[in-house]
Design a protein around this ligand. Structure first.
Ligand code: GDP
Length: 206
């Protein structure tokens, strides 16, 4: 898919205020510093559509961008645990769980993880939560330029092996590097395919 236009639409912290148009939507999420802003900028051919970090205290907002006048890209904030009252039960920030549970336009999410690291508990728990709530997602390994090719293969294999302890199969995944433009065509091609499926089902077109 060629990116012809990418425009910022709106930021808010309430899923009920997100854009109402019924066009396919794709959400990007991951721990802060995982490389989410850089990935969004790479995918959309922009230098600073999504702000890259280095700015502490970034507000926790759901950011909508319209791409090619055809689909929405959503930049979600880094997830963290929110403790539920005095119990030790942990969950994710409410507006993130509300976004995923209520956003009917969402086609799939992309959960970003740093290719250099073994699965972190919070990432595994987040993906488990997504699975339990029936929300489709792909894993996006970021910063692949930081490893040699055979190390990438090994890290991805190790990651898969940990996932397969709880998942029947490894979710769909992509290996990316925003600084080297790796994985761009694959991620955009996948979104393009899903858009076509949506259109075939009569979901698209406002
Ligand atoms: P965010 O907090 O998830 O939005 O992460 P950013 O996109 O702001 O990136 C965090 C840091 O990782 C910044 O210093 C980026 O320059 C760096 N970074 C992001 N993507 C890549 C990548 O593909 N390769 C390398 N080498 N560094 C990256």
């Amino acid at each position: 898919m060629r990116i012809k236009s990418a425009e910022f639409l709106v930021s808010n912290s309430d899923v009920s205020k997100c854009p109402k148009d019924l066009i396919p939507e794709y959400a990007f999420i991951g721990r802060s510093n995982v490389g989410k802003s850089s990935l969004i900028n790479m995918l959309t051919n922009q230098k600073s559509l999504a702000k890259t970090s280095g700015r502490p205290g970034k507000t926790q907002l759901i950011n909508h961008f319209k791409i090619n006048n055809e689909w929405n890209l959503v930049d979600l904030p880094g997830y963290g645990y929110a403790r539920v009252s005095k119990s030790s039960k942990k969950t994710f920030q409410k507006f993130i769980t509300q976004y995923f549970n209520h956003r009917e336009q969402l086609v799939t999410a992309f959960v970003l993880v740093d290719v250099r690291h073994l699965p972190q508990p919070i990432d595994l728990e987040f993906m488990k939560w997504m699975g339990e709530n029936g929300i489709p997602f792909s894993v996006v390994f970021t910063k692949a330029d930081k490893l040699k090719p055979n190390a990438i293969t090994k890290h991805v294999e190790d990651y898969k092996n940990v996932m397969l302890k709880t998942w029947e199969e490894m979710p769909n995944y992509f290996v990316t590097s925003s600084s080297k433009f790796v994985g761009k065509d694959e991620v955009l091609g996948y979104i393009g395919e899903l858009n076509e499926n949506m259109e075939a089902q009569g979901f698209l077109k406002n």
